[in-house]
Design a protein around this ligand. Structure first.
Ligand SMILES: CC(C)(COP(=O)(O)OP(=O)(O)OC[C@H]1O[C@@H](n2cnc3c(N)ncnc32)[C@H](O)[C@@H]1OP(=O)(O)O)[C@@H](O)C(=O)NCCC(=O)NCCS
Length: 201
């Protein structure tokens, strides 16, 4: 289950309301090409993407087991999060309409904070695209969603994620226990970045 950052910020009511409004009506064009909110009609394609362990194994907050039914329920739950203004599930398709990645934004408006999880289709991993997409997403979370803090986790052995998160300038803050929806606990590396630090880079 997504967990808010270790650092606790307090948003004013106006700030939290602005974040919720940005999540409800996200500027996906600013996030990149081919982006769209996931809808129930995407369940089969998203399940197919996530069935590949090279895509889903490193991610703790996905529904398990990965079946079209469970993914359908997850998409519906993410739509409810968007209605509340505290979560978004965004899919990226290529020019042929094939699903190539997903991104899940979890947002805590009252804490002006957010988390990002996501994955790229296996044949597109390791080519610099994930790193570039992640960088763009971090900027979008600070500037378009308007949060002041991002917390990230990665499995202890997830070298690619750790490299790209370090390279983006996030500060390592030890480890934390991530709880999967099936109750399993995974130890994760943990990082944070403030908007101030992001803008000063
Ligand atoms: C994590 C993920 C999004 C990264 O995207 P990507 O396109 O594969 O990564 P990139 O090609 O941009 O590379 C990221 C970094 O890892 C390095 N890297 C790439 N392949 C590597 C490998 N096999 N071994 C070690 N380092 C590797 C890159 O050099 C880069 O580091 P650098 O910026 O210091 O050069 C993608 O691999 C993925 O979807 N993985 C499965 C799901 C996952 O782990 N999600 C993240 C959970 S936190």
């Amino acid at each position: 289950m997504s967990a808010p950052p270790k650092t606790v910020l307090e948003a004013t009511a106006a700030e939290a309301a602005a974040i919720r409004a940005a999540v409800r009506d996200p500027d996906l064009a600013a996030l990149g090409e081919g982006r769209a909110l996931a809808g129930p009609g995407d369940a089969e394609a998203l399940a197919e993407l996530l069935r590949d362990p090279a895509v889903s194994d490193p991610i703790y907050d996905l529904p398990r087991p990965i079946t079209a039914e469970n993914i359908h329920a997850w998409i519906v739950a993410c739509e409810a999060e968007r209605d509340r203004g505290d979560g978004l599930l965004v899919l990226t398709r290529d020019a042929d309409g094939d699903l190539i990645s997903y991104a899940k934004f979890s947002v805590w408006p009252e804490r002006s904070a957010a988390e990002l999880a996501g994955a790229t289709r296996a044949d597109r991993q390791g080519r610099g695209q994930g790193g570039a997409g992640a960088l763009r997403s971090f900027g979008w979370m600070f500037e378009s969603l308007g949060v002041r803090l991002i917390g990230l986790t990665a499995a202890l052995d997830n070298v690619r994620s750790a490299r790209l998160i370090d390279a983006a300038g996030f500060v390592r803050m030890g480890e934390r226990e991530s709880v999967r929806p099936d109750g399993a606990v995974r130890r994760s590396l943990y990082w944070e970045m403030t908007r101030e630090a992001w803008l000063a880079r």
